[in-house]
Design a binder for this molecule. Sequence first.
Ligand code: TTP
Ligand code: MG
Length: 345
Amino acid sequence: MWVLHVDLDQFIAAVEVLRRPELAGLPVVVGGRGDPTERGVVSTASYEAREFGVRSGMPLRTAAKKCPDAVFLPVDKPTYDAASEGVMDALRSLETAVEILGWDEAFVAVPDEVADADGAVAFAKAIQARVLERTMLHCSVGIGDNKIRAKNATDLGKPRGTFVLTRDNWWSVVGDRPVDGVWGIGGKMAARFARLGITTVRELGAADDEVLAKEIGPTMGPWYRRLARGVDTSPVDPTPWVPRSHGHEVTFQVDLTDPAEVEAEVRRLAEQAAYDVVEDGRPAVRVRLKIRYVPFETRTRSMTLPQPTSDAVTIADAAAALLERTDRTRAVRLVGVAAEMAAPE
Ligand code: TTP
Ligand code: MG
């Protein structure tokens, strides 16, 4: 069984360069309103800008310090949504199962008649050609003997390439990486594993499931070990993707120091989220609050609603209650509120 993972190269920067061809080859940074003297974070940087150390999630001001000559552009989500649709349509045109993972990435099932790695590589190249022909965008393709290995392979093929990762080369390619060097394991988990004396992917793969179950959790412990071994039997699932939550956030150009003002913003965002929930037609079951203090310290709080609801006041009250569980004395630079909905049946 072969699975592909397709991921667009420098996705939104590439979309911007398409409509401004004169920017090709230049450091381009997309984020916020495109003004690096304002607050906001980098959504993505072109590879040329990444050479200077610019990364997604970094404040725009930091990006401007690292790469003063970069071209800064505002985020234009509708254009990227349309580009993403075009990419997914191109993938679906190959008439094989496509599981959308995000804006610019998807798993693609390889037809059964493809028996060996050479055949899978040929199919991957056909996908790259199809995406390029239909959208003028380049992508990289990870090729694996399951979804986890395909996903981990993609970055090794970047840019515009392919990489094959199977049980045969898994350990030699990823074994010596730190545990957060594989998909699905983040820095916080890595710190927890480090306390158990586990620092590399190979060590996690060889860890004792019972110890992991006890220290990390009966489900999550063994799950992380499977991620480290690259073991996965789940098929490419073409069921259309359904949003799990609706959220809004805002970065303030000037820090908010008045707690009443912070609460007013939280309520306003909660009402926007509630509006989206009503549009979606499924009630909210949980509310999440995100708050970022000055200089750049992020906290999250969440709660399950007493009963599922689409009522804006109830959702706003819940968000305000979550705010009560935060430090109200500190200056705030960002707040976000999201409403999570019940899973579709
Ligand atoms: P990625 O696929 O992580 O990044 P990329 O496509 O820009 O670059 P790469 O070639 O390494 O794949 O994310 C896809 C898009 O998602 C990215 O272009 C912009 C958006 N994004 C954000 O808006 N914020 C983020 O923090 C990240 C990581 C991505
Ligand atoms: Mg990408």
